[in-house]
Design a protein around this ligand. Structure first.
Ligand code: HEM
Length: 495
């Protein structure tokens, strides 16, 4: 970085410095307003009066088009002490959040608040540890080895869950529309645990209440940032966003879930003990609970409704092309495997495009490790050590300066090999580029390959079984509610 002119005053110096791309370095625009009252008002705007997208767009507009700016992020009082963040709302500035040398991710998973560690057996799970923390490498190593070792279970296990979901859809559709989300919620819970650990599924081991236990536990940590789940909204705001719900409300559920994983994951825990990872069996157990229920199941619960949503919106012409590709790659009812779906360019493209349009985890946070200059496409801004950086990922992955027709779902966007190589690096749903890989020293999702495989298997199984389908979609903040209204079965195979 160069200085146009020598200056001893901090403000002057910031104005005269040039960024690596040659932009004058400016102070970040925007303001946090009046303590307590502004974060409260902003929370209501964010959830109920404007919605996330408009909340950011209106602030970009009132700050002269700047896509790096100071805003308050919910939940605010009384849960959060400091709601002020520097928001990075374009693809270029957002990339700072993926650079482990620049951001410290300790305790930033949920943003401006940290859930009670009582929800996690008193331990801080991997996703709340910074990449530089030695415990991070030790735990992540275990998870990465597990994810690789279990990949061969993904296709056969998914086939069972998919079959159960769509048998239920077929059984119900003749009398009334069938909601996908409820089925996904139940069957992907069993899928996640079986695919990762084998043995009994949670519903076999704990009965039908297993899913409810998991969802209650998820809600206890995420209620400060959940919305549109309780009506009317003033009651919701009071109940979910004002105070922390106490962890004891789910301590029984969490104990039952942990007991299940102690058995299901016994072999993983034994291996880790033998490998002397330096992490106690108990700490690793609580980490595996978090990984399976929050990271993996929580992700699938949001991801698959988005995939089905985009397929529903795209309509019969895309369905016909997908069916043709799937049936050509797996003729005569041949198994749909992870390597078979890897040979389906349109299926792969549709899944990446869904992950680009709707990264299932929309928010990323991290604290500046040192004073930083953050560049957007057209400007550079001074950020100070310790400031909280925040990115709303859909605005980064729908950035027109990176993707043509960025706001459109373009099914074949990632089919073309040449362009694909370049563009995939900007698909970052896994907290890292799609052409990158999880490592002990980074914060990228170690389930990345499994997630992409599951998305492809979903599309492939769907268009093996059906020629086309129709569904209604209700867009809600966390996941869209997708309800099938009709499905046209593929003609049965002739022997
Ligand atoms: C659709 C499903 C999934 C989505 C959307 C997803 C997304 C993500 C994201 C965005 C992060 C980074 C969070 C952050 O620091 O801001 C992450 C981390 C993580 N994910 Fe996934 N994930 C999914 C499935 C999985 C699966 C199947 C596994 C298990 C193998 C997994 C294990 C983890 C773990 C352990 C971390 C923490 C990594 C670290 O701190 O270095 N995830 N995931």
């Amino acid at each position: 970085m160069t200085s146009k002119k020598a200056s001893s005053s901090g403000a002057d110096e910031a104005e005269t410095k040039l960024s690596p791309s040659g932009f004058p370095v400016k102070e970040v625009p925007g303001s946090y307003g009046v303590p307590f009252f502004s974060p409260l008002k902003d929370r209501l705007q964010y959830y109920y009066l404007q919605g996330a997208e408009e909340y950011f767009r209106s602030r970009i507009a009132s700050n002269g088009g700047a896509t790096v700016l100071r805003v308050n992020m919910p939940p605010g009082p009384f849960i959060t002490r400091d709601s002020g963040v520097v928001a990075l709302l374009d693809a270029r500035s957002f990339a700072v959040l993926l650079d482990d040398a620049k951001v410290d991710k300790t305790d930033t998973l949920d943003g401006t608040y940290v859930p009670s560690l009582k929800l996690f057996g008193g331990y801080r799970p991997l996703a709340f540890l910074d990449a530089a923390d030695p415990r991070h490498a030790a735990i992540k190593g275990v998870v990465m080895r597990l994810a690789v070792a279990r990949m061969h279970q993904v296709a056969p296990t998914f086939k069972i869950s998919f079959g159960a979901m769509f048998d239920a859809v077929d059984a119900g559709i003749s009398s009334s529309p069938v909601q996908f989300n409820k089925l996904n919620e139940v069957h992907m819970f069993d899928f996640t645990c079986s695919a990762l650990f084998g043995g009994k599924t949670p519903s076999e081991a704990m009965g039908d209440g297993a899913v409810t236990k998991a969802i209650k536990w998820l809600l206890l940590q995420l209620h400060p940032i959940a919305s549109k789940v309780i009506k009317p909204w003033p009651i919701e705001d009071l109940l979910l966003h004002t105070f922390r719900l106490p962890a004891f409300l789910v301590s029984g559920d969490y104990a039952a879930l942990t007991a299940y994983f102690a058995e299901a994951a016994a072999a993983v825990l034994d291996d880790a003990e033998l490998a002397k990872t330096g992490i106690s069996r108990e700490e690793l157990l609580h980490n595996l609970v978090f990984m399976a229920l929050f990271n993996a199941y929580g992700g699938f619960k949001i991801f698959l409704p988005h995939v089905v949503k985009w397929l529903a919106r795209a309509g019969p012409a895309l369905h016909a092309s997908l069916a043709e590709e799937v049936r050509a790659a797996c003729p005569d009812g041949g198994e749909i495997t992870v390597s078979a779906v890897d040979r389906m360019p349109l299926v792969k493209s549709v899944v990446w495009e869904a992950l680009r349009m709707n990264p299932p985890v929309e928010f990323q946070y991290g604290r500046a490790r040192q004073d930083l200059v953050v560049e957007s496409h057209d400007a550079a801004y001074q950020v100070r050590k310790g400031e909280m950086l925040f990115g709303y990922q859909p605005m980064a992955t729908r950035d027109e300066r990176v993707f043509k027709d960025a706001g459109e779902f373009v099914p074949e966007r990632f089919v073309d090999g040449g362009e694909q190589g370049k563009l995939l690096g900007n698909v970052v749903w896994s907290n890292g580029p799609e052409d990158g890989a999880a490592a002990e020293g980074n914060k990228q999702c170690p389930g990345k390959d499994m997630v992409v495989a599951v998305g492809r298997l979903m599309v492939a199984q769907l268009f093996r079984r059906y020629d086309t389908f129709a569904a209604t979609v209700e867009d809600l903040p966390l996941e869209p509610i997708v309800t099938f209204t009709s499905l046209t079965k593929a003609a049965p195979l002739t022997e």
